[in-house]
Design a protein around this ligand. Sequence first.
Ligand SMILES: Cc1ncc(C[n+]2csc(CCOP(=O)(O)OP(=O)(O)O)c2C)c(N)n1
Length: 554
Amino acid sequence: MPTMSTGRFFAHTLQGYGVTHVFIVPAIFHQAMAAMEETDIQRITTHHEMSAAYMADGYARAGRKPGVCMGQAVGAGNLAAGLRDAYQSCSPVIAISGGPQPDARYRYFYQIVEDFPMFVPVTKLNAMVQRPHRLPDLLRQAFRTATTGAPGPVHLELPGRLGEEVQGEGDFPIIVEEQFTRVPAYRLAPNPGDVERAVALLTAAERPVIVAGGGITLSDARGELVELAEKLSIPVAVSMNGKENIADNHPLCMGNVGTYGRRAANQVVAEAELVFFAGSRAGGLTTNNWKLPPPGTPTIQLDINAEELGRNYPARVGLLGDAKLALRQMIDASGRSLSRPGWVQYCQETLRQWRESISHEVNSDAVPIRPERICKEISDFLPQGAILVADTGHAAIWTGTMIGLSRPAQRYIRCAGTLGWGFPAALGAKCAAPDHPVLCFTGDGGLCYHLAELETAARAGINAVVLVNNNGALQQVKKGIDKAYGGKQWGRSKEMWVFRPGTDYARVAEDLGCLGLRVEAPRQIRPALEKAFAADRPTLIDVVTDIEAAPAWG
Ligand SMILES: Cc1ncc(C[n+]2csc(CCOP(=O)(O)OP(=O)(O)O)c2C)c(N)n1
């Protein structure tokens, strides 16, 4: 049997698992990086390990397949910090770092501290590859763990600051376990008795609501979700991770629910008599800290992970299984189609009233621009198959509540809360889906975290478009600061949330090799979007907006 270096083994195994990009800050596992020349894998060198992790995360979510990021030991803590969002969003990211070798410990070895524990709270599996011959089985385990059950991040620590001590020669056959190249790795069917009980409850209820979550997205079950909702005539609210699963103009779509949700969706979920959490963990953001629906409301919950069933709301029925299969079985188990004209009309009217309440801002011609108007322009423009990536805070609220995704195959990928995640994640998403238009919506505060990745996008030809809601401030924190100041602005409170005025991010983007477009009036938004997506270049659209504009939330 011919021997092979661990570097070649690593590169060819990743290729076998369908990995097309690795996001790295050198120097790490040089032998593997060099061996990638023999494969089609692109090495994307980033300006920070956190952005490498975010790119791998965006890649994983857009491609529903593992994303790989790597950094040497001195950057391992940064890499770990970058996994937080992936962990919270069940994203299959595989992070590889260098780490201390036995000779380095307890002697002030250059750059070395124990980074390994930092990965514990943000991974499903945190493993040390202590010898070269353990790389094959642990690498396969990394793919297996990342893609199965509720997917999530995995970390492998390679021995040596640069992972150099994992380098070696051996008899390493390349084994690719096809199943674990994608999410979901397996589709497990729920118990038929549970399916029947769930359908019976939904059929009997007068005011049921479905809350569709990220499990529907991961399972690619949007078709089944809509079919079931239509058959049983049940309004659908979505979590942030579930937003892409029902067209915004569908008569049963209420939009997103929770702390960052639409007031109308919140009202409908509050008044529901039965809530079906479909692929939703009923977490704090989706339920506005377990108030929506009110505690005590009967629920049904569908999840791939048994320990989630009933965690936040005791479930009348817990459906354990893959969302796509479970919803299909529910469709088959329900008899003839139902109609609930009273409840559905009530929900539709509630939504109509909410839309009317925001129509002034949505159609506003004001300068500086209202963010609601940007959302309207994006809703009108965004083509089918486009992927919208949202940063956190107001960027999540504006896009979640006000951008309507009504065209086929549009997707919505959102930040779980780590400011600055959006832009690098959008670059990763574009790497996974190069034929799809990718638009990132971020605030200027969020953009500035990883602004330097504009250079990465230009260098690597990652043609995503980033739109910056440039209000010259960290607007979302203003409310809390004002409150602490007794409801008034006095003293130097603005130090904490207002930036230097007049920054032109379009110019910054141009200097870093991208196309930069500056927008100062509402009528310029649409032409800028058109120009950006026609350019086939990494593009930044800098939209100058009202510093005081804030969405209703909380
Ligand atoms: C890593 C991290 N630090 C701090 C926060 C708290 N935070 C949430 S939104 C926000 C301000 C966002 O500013 P910007 O991106 O400019 O958007 P704006 O609120 O101005 O629309 C901050 C600081 C966070 N979510 N994540």
